[in-house]
Design a protein around this ligand. Structure first.
Ligand SMILES: NC(=O)c1ccc[n+]([C@@H]2O[C@H](COP(=O)([O-])OP(=O)(O)OC[C@H]3O[C@@H](n4cnc5c(N)ncnc54)[C@H](OP(=O)(O)O)[C@@H]3O)[C@@H](O)[C@H]2O)c1
Length: 316
């Protein structure tokens, strides 16, 4: 895939969703670049509000956009708030991508997700697996909205020549994660549960499912670094997966997380709970060919994530 060179230095760079896990990691990474960072709180511009988004872009005139705002959540949130997941994510994507085009944004990155590949796609997941099969029913509304955003980026590239690109991150974890007891992803959920078990001296933590499914996890600061790398060096209609290219069983992951938290009790598994797909791993050969690979080992990342959890929940 042909390499390009896009200069970020000196540009007005808008991070949409700057208070989120990915957005705040992008902000941490961008302060090391010579850019004019732009953010706007949701209380000022709700990205679902077309008039507010168009007015803000016309006024602020960002030159570069990282579109890291979205309604996201774990399986329970996705499955119960189905209308909100499709409406919010469609509205955010259409408003921001179109406003970027109308206002002459030089480059935009849209964030897809590994969970919008077909449910039964071959593993490791290659970028060309998108739209080759039925989606996971529990997060179909979210996936349809994200796929629409991806297709908008492709269409604006082809019709208007816009330098807009799409990336497909794997499961992320780190500072700014959502620790909601019902609505969180597996990493945050286990950090919280091991922490609570350690505090209460619980003898056992029961993890949902058999522990055998394999998952890939990327530290969010690595993700931000990959995004900047691709923003500077990649321009093509194709998707680019962002991950580590390595997976781990949930059982082994639970042991790593328990060790990082300092929980020494028993870990058991509840096979009556659903496992989900047996394996989810991204093929990262395209990303590697573009010159980037993850650098934070899982043990180190989880240790940093736990420190952030303690800080963010006022226990640090
Ligand atoms: N987390 C993962 O494991 C993962 C994996 C793959 C892809 N991704 C993608 O990465 C992106 C960011 O995810 P994340 O984990 O950083 O999510 P997050 O922590 O929930 O952050 C989402 C951000 O979007 C903002 N937002 C949501 N709705 C908005 C609205 N209507 N108007 C203005 N801002 C709004 C939120 O603002 P408030 O702070 O005001 O709520 C928040 O700052 C998403 O596109 C997601 O699909 C994430």
């Amino acid at each position: 895939m042909a390499a390009t060179r896009f200069e970020l230095a000196g540009k007005r760079v808008f991070v949409a969703g700057h208070r989120g896990m990915v957005g705040s990691a992008l902000v941490r990474r961008l302060v090391r670049e010579n850019v004019a960072l732009m953010t706007v709180p949701r209380s000022e511009v709700d990205l679902r509000d077309q008039a507010a988004v168009f007015a803000w872009f016309a006024r602020a005139k960002p030159q570069v956009v990282f579109l890291a705002a979205a309604k996201v959540g774990g399986i329970v949130a996705n499955n119960t708030l189905r209308a909100e997941f499709i409406y919010d994510n469609l509205a955010i994507a259409t408003n921001v991508i179109h406003a970027a085009h109308v206002n002459g944004v030089e480059k935009l990155m849209f964030l897809g997700s590994s969970c919008i590949y077909p449910k039964l796609a071959a593993q490791p997941l290659r970028e060309d697996a998108m739209l080759t099969g039925a989606l996971e029913p529990t997060n179909e509304p979210y996936a349809i909205a994200k796929i629409a955003g991806i297709k908008m980026v492709e269409a604006y590239r082809s019709q208007y020549g816009a330098d807009f690109i799409n990336v497909m991150p794997t499961n992320l974890y780190g500072p700014g994660d959502n620790y909601h007891p019902e609505y969180s992803h597996v990493v945050a959920a286990l950090i919280r549960r091991f922490h609570e078990a350690k505090r209460s001296d619980a003898a056992e933590v029961v993890v949902w499912g058999t522990g055998t499914p394999r998952r890939e996890f990327l530290y969010v600061d690595d993700m931000a670094d990959a995004c900047l790398h691709l923003m500077k060096t990649f321009s093509a209609p194709e998707l680019v997966n962002i991950g580590t290219g390595e997976d781990i069983t949930i059982a082994d992951f639970a042991r790593v997380a328990a060790a990082a938290v300092g929980y020494r009790g028993r870990i058991s598994f509840d096979p009556s709970r659903p496992d989900g797909t047996p394996r989810k791993l991204l093929d990262v050969s395209r990303l590697a060919a573009l010159g980037w690979r993850a650098t934070t080992p899982l043990e180190e990342g989880i240790r940093l994530a736990y420190q952030a959890f303690l800080r963010e929940t006022g226990q640090g």
